[in-house]
Design a protein around this ligand. Structure first.
Ligand SMILES: [Zn+2]
Length: 254
């Protein structure tokens, strides 16, 4: 178990740096996973640090119940860590969470623009639009937009309830004027989904420029989404290996 924990610390810090390398996160944004030693009670998330700088020693163990550190002497954490704790508390099938502010994704949370799978690599997004979390709806017009506490986090996490035809928690919720949060059943899949969510946004934006915003876009069907997701899920390790290698080539230590 200790080996698994050590490996998870390494993978989580690597995941953080891969997302930074791909511009999904910048100085802000974060990725977490459940603690393999106590997956129902604890999760792993770095201290308050830019994602590109995270190494295994920066990872802190947090309680799912209240987003507080297991060790009270731990360094300060992210203000928005309740995003992670509340999703783990409400959704048992989620094992990793990414919160990010990618400028490619922001437009889809502030206007009624479809955000569905436009190509097979983003098939996990499905063929219906993701929910949009609007903090003003639950907490009024004068917040600073941030998920500051477990009440905010619980409200966001509730939007990940699975759609009727699925037993699986939704992969993505857009956040108006803020960014997005996504979930996955594993850490590597969370990185994969975050990168291809951003790519899906970029393709839709370029498509809109090419077509002059015409609405007859052919998205993947639900059936295509299901089949492509099944086919690609076994390939995630290949993508992870190349992203990790890119970091190495750019001089990051593993
Ligand atoms: Zn945020």
């Amino acid at each position: 178990m200790q080996d698994e924990f050590t490996e998870r610390l390494r993978d989580l810090s690597l995941a953080s740096r891969i997302l930074a390398q791909h511009g999904v996160v910048d100085g802000f944004g974060h990725i977490s996973c459940r603690d393999p030693r106590a997956p129902d009670d604890h999760f792993l998330l770095s201290r308050n640090l830019a994602p590109a700088l995270v190494v295994p020693e920066d990872i802190v163990v947090w309680r799912i119940i209240d987003a507080q550190p297991v060790n009270p002497d731990s360094p300060r954490g992210f203000l928005e860590r309740s995003i992670h704790s509340e999703i783990y508390r409400q959704h048992k099938d989620v094992h990793a969470v990414v919160h990010f502010h990618s400028p490619d994704v922001i437009p889809f949370g502030v206007a009624p623009i479809p955000f569905k799978a436009i190509f097979h690599m983003a098939s996990f997004l499905g063929s219906s639009n993701p929910p949009i979390f609007d903090i003003a709806q639950d907490f009024g017009p004068s917040t600073d937009m941030l998920i500051r506490n477990t009440t905010h986090g619980a409200s966001l996490a509730s939007l990940f309830l699975p759609p009727e035809q699925s037993q699986l928690t939704r992969p993505l919720v857009l956040m108006r004027g803020h960014g997005a949060t996504l979930t996955a059943p594993s850490l590597k899949l969370a990185v994969f989904r975050a990168i291809y969510t951003q790519t899906n946004a970029r393709i839709l934006t370029s498509l809109s420029a090419l077509t002059g915003g015409q609405s007859n876009i052919k998205f993947l069907s639900q059936e295509e989404c299901q089949q492509a997701t099944e086919s690609i899920s076994g390939q995630v390790g290949r993508a992870w290996d190349v992203w990790a290698r890119e970091l190495e080539d750019n001089g990051h230590s593993m």
